[in-house]
Design a protein around this ligand. Structure first.
Ligand code: HEC
Ligand code: HEC
Ligand code: HEC
Ligand code: HEC
Ligand code: HEC
Ligand code: HEC
Length: 304
């Protein structure tokens, strides 16, 4: 009975996410919505994004950051509906993009924004399939950061490789956070003139200061966690950090929790929370048994 309960608890998130997915991959949008979306698009969007959606509308030339090419499936297809709704109603600034993209909340309601999206999905090349745009993950405990940096845009939509920015992961203990210079490599030009979030990068760069990012994943000083052997052992970043490319802002529930301690106390065996000793040791046991790795179980390797 107790075991069954624990099993059911463990299954809960899967059932919930299955629910979210089944809603997303529901029936294709009705022809009526697509038609309505097209009319709204022509009325409100074409002036900047162009009749065909290529970002070449009559007003496009006046913008430092050009209106997006909404037909480019490589960029658009991974962006979830929720993200697009937010941009359309709240403007580019709602997701850290340029405010050249104005908010339409005064003109469109959410249902109408979704109709426009239904229309835009049909323009995408390569073609859009619902399973490409998985719902965004709102991670718990995401701290406020000095700059609104979105993994959903960089690692999701633009598919910049994790290790392009976290370049030390495969060769040292630390994954590392990108330097201001790394950001400037792209942002000397991209968004430089009309995006206040990107203007902040330029300010740090001019002052020669690093960006004071607030850490999310951190083990206590008395423990030793090296990235290199884990990455070399073929563990994906997401195994430990979750689906980062679907997060607008990074956060995580780490360390011991009261709920977890209570479940242990009454004999349920919940999965150990991220970054606790139980979490490290459980994976080491499983990996050693399943793949014959030599992940350490002795105290001194993890505690110098
Ligand atoms: C006044 C000009 C203007 C109008 C009107 C406008 N946009 Fe935009 N839009 C922009 C600009 C400029 C950007 C680029 C923002 C950036 O990349 O920082 C943009 C970006 C976007 C993006 C983000 C794409 C991405 O790559 O993430 C979406 C989605 C979008 N627009 C949809 C719409 C829709 C739908 C409408 C009509 C309801 C619309 N826009 C009307 C100027 C406009
Ligand atoms: C390989 C190129 C590249 C690098 C490196 C890069 N970016 Fe970006 N970034 C982009 C692109 C492309 C966009 C989307 C621009 C648009 O549509 O307006 C973007 C958008 C942004 C935006 C606005 C949207 C958002 O994410 O909220 C911010 C802020 C930003 N980047 C910050 C940073 C910071 C900080 C760094 C360094 C840690 C960085 N970028 C590194 C390419 C890059
Ligand atoms: C364009 C650069 C860029 C790319 C690409 C990128 N990241 Fe990041 N990453 C950052 C920046 C900047 C931060 C610090 C701000 C924040 O936490 O969002 C960060 C933070 C993180 C953190 C939290 C670090 C901590 O403990 O505070 C993790 C984990 C992470 N990234 C993993 C990934 C993974 C996995 C990928 C690929 C799916 C990825 N990143 C792609 C720039 C990038
Ligand atoms: C086996 C689990 C695991 C894997 C796999 C893993 N990480 Fe980490 N990551 C951690 C832990 C634990 C920390 C905290 C380390 C610390 O405090 O010293 C961390 C910290 C980080 C940080 C914060 C900065 C730093 O260097 O400590 C970033 C960024 C990060 N990881 C990115 C990545 C990326 C990118 C990948 C894939 C290339 C990856 N991680 C793979 C467990 C993992
Ligand atoms: C695979 C790595 C790993 C191994 C092996 C390991 N530990 Fe830990 N240990 C950790 C991490 C990570 C933490 C910090 C997170 C936490 O407190 O759960 C920790 C925390 C601790 C703490 C502090 C707990 C607290 O409540 O603050 C003690 C004491 C400890 N370990 C003792 C040991 C002893 C004794 C052994 C050998 C039997 C051992 N550890 C083996 C990773 C490890
Ligand atoms: C998702 C599984 C997983 C998690 C979680 C994990 N590890 Fe590991 N770890 C491994 C594997 C697999 C290896 C062995 C790699 C090999 O044998 O090549 C390893 C190896 C190590 C090593 C030995 C490195 C070396 O140079 O031989 C240390 C130290 C270590 N892990 C510490 C930790 C600590 C501390 C944590 C928790 C904060 C942790 N690991 C969490 C899978 C994991």
């Amino acid at each position: 009975m107790v075991r069954w309960c624990a099993g059911a608890l463990a299954l809960l998130p899967i059932v919930l996410s299955g629910f979210a997915l089944s809603r997303v991959s529901a029936a294709p949008p009705a022809e009526r919505d697509v038609k309505a979306g097209q009319a709204l698009y022509v009325r409100y969007c074409a002036v900047c994004h162009g009749e065909g959606g290529h970002g070449d509308g009559a007003s496009a030339a006046g913008f430092a950051t050009k209106p997006a090419d909404l037909t480019d499936g490589r960029l658009m297809n991974t962006l979830p509906d929720e993200f697009l709704v937010n941009i359309i109603l709240g403007g580019g600034a709602a997701e850290g993009l340029s405010s050249g993209m104005p908010p339409f909340r005064g003109h469109l309601n959410e249902a109408q924004a979704r109709q426009v999206i239904a229309y835009l999905r049909g323009l995408a090349r390569p073609p859009f399939r619902p399973e490409m745009a998985r719902p965004p993950v709102s991670a718990p405990n995401a701290p406020p950061q000095p700059i609104f940096f979105s993994h959903l845009i960089h690692a999701g939509s633009f598919q910049i490789a994790c290790q392009y920015c976290h370049a030390d992961a495969r060769r040292s203990d630390y994954a590392g956070l990108p330097s201001v210079e790394r950001c400037m490599g792209c942002h000397k030009i991209i968004g430089a003139q009309d995006n206040p979030e990107i203007a902040k990068i330029h300010d740090y760069w001019r002052r020669g200061e690093p960006i004071p990012w607030v850490r999310v994943f951190k083990v206590p000083e008395f423990t030793y966690f090296p990235h290199k052997p884990h990455v070399r052992a073929g563990l994906a970043c997401q195994t430990c950090h979750g689906p980062i490319e679907r997060m607008r802002v990074v956060g995580a529930e780490t360390g011991r929790t009261l709920a977890n301690d209570l479940m242990n106390l009454v004999g349920l065996k919940p999965a150990p929370p991220l970054l606790t000793m139980g979490w490290c040791v459980q994976c080491h046991r499983e990996q050693n048994a399943a793949r014959g790795t030599h992940a350490p179980l002795d105290c001194i390797t993890c505690h110098h």
